[in-house]
Design a protein around this ligand. Structure first.
Ligand code: PDD
Length: 282
């Protein structure tokens, strides 16, 4: 197979040749949105849901959608087909486009569309078996966290806070209630009930959020969506993260404090197994 290619504004090119203007509003303002889509065995996982979220994101910041769903899927397929790995993580970004700098939307602007792919990097089995450590912090991001925006400074600072504390993620709280982690959704388990924060403007609704809802319904796991107080997280039997690249991942320590018995729990094990079954059936 020849060199992997990326897609940029109508052309397939090697990544080193893909260039955008310094006046691109993604570069100047972070004015754009993105998606991260897993591919397993050369097939996109939950493609329909990722497309729906992409369309919602574009609409929420009033970027005219440049493609139909079928066109988007065909573009992603072209990029993925150029890569030798069977399991990939596609990154897709749309910015408002290139224009003379000025905050408000320019008239007659053409969106910049970029798609690349890389081999998916999943947590190794030993990490999964042991569970991971997280740190907590105040959520200081803006109030439109439901938009999958490329303006990720708050998330970047939260991720760095985790790294500096030997943690995989920062778990964020706003006004004493759980929101989400730097780049994943957060769940708790108490007395066999899985709980997730409301799908409102304070969190990104992960594609895994919807998948976990489906897996719970199919597997008979009780699920509650409600505000979750700080103390409930630290007093939980289990804490889980979910994202495209973490799938579902058990948290066994926050701020050095053990969660539950300090080991991955039974609800995690059931959800992970169901997740793998969903991948295999897709
Ligand atoms: N992040 N919340 C935030 C802030 C995220 O960045 C992500 C995903 C999620 C989970 O969404 P999903 O289940 O659709 O992956 C929740 C991606 C992986 C990223 O930015 O790389």
């Amino acid at each position: 197979m020849s060199e992997p290619l990326v897609y940029l504004n109508g052309a397939m090119t090697p990544i080193a040749d893909a260039k955008v203007s310094v006046l691109d509003r993604g570069f100047i303002f972070g004015d754009g949105i993105y998606e991260v889509i897993p591919i397993y065995g050369r097939r996109m996982f939950r493609a329909g849901q990722h497309m729906a979220r992409l369309f919602r994101s574009l609409a929420s910041i009033a970027i005219a959608n440049p493609h139909t769903e079928a066109e988007w899927l065909a573009l992603i397929d072209r990029v993925a087909a150029s890569h030798p790995a069977d399991d990939q993580m596609v990154y897709l970004q749309v910015t408002r486009g290139v224009a003379k700098r000025g905050h408000a939307f320019p008239a007659d602007i053409t969106p910049t569309v970029f798609i690349m792919t890389n081999p998916i990097v999943l947590p190794p089995p030993a990490v999964r078996a042991a569970g991971v450590a997280c740190v907590s912090m105040e959520d200081r991001r803006w109030l439109r966290c439901e938009i999958k925006s490329i303006s990720l400074l708050g998330n970047v600072l939260a991720a760095q806070h985790a790294v500096e504390n030997d943690a995989v993620e920062s778990i964020q709280f706003r006004d004493g209630f759980l929101t989400e982690a730097s780049s994943s959704n957060v769940w708790i388990v108490k007395d066999g009930v899985l709980m997730g924060p409301p799908k409102d403007n304070l969190i990104l609704e992960g594609i895994r959020y919807g998948l976990i809802e489906e897996l719970c319904a199919a597997g008979g796991i009780s699920l509650q969506t409600r505000r979750i107080a700080h103390d409930e997280v630290f007093g939980a039997d289990e804490v889980l993260l979910s994202s495209a690249t973490k799938e579902v991942l058990p948290v066994v320590q926050i701020d050095g404090q053990a969660i539950g018995n300090g080991r991955p729990g039974p609800i995690y094990a059931r959800l992970y197994e169901a997740y793998q079954a969903a991948k295999a059936a897709a």
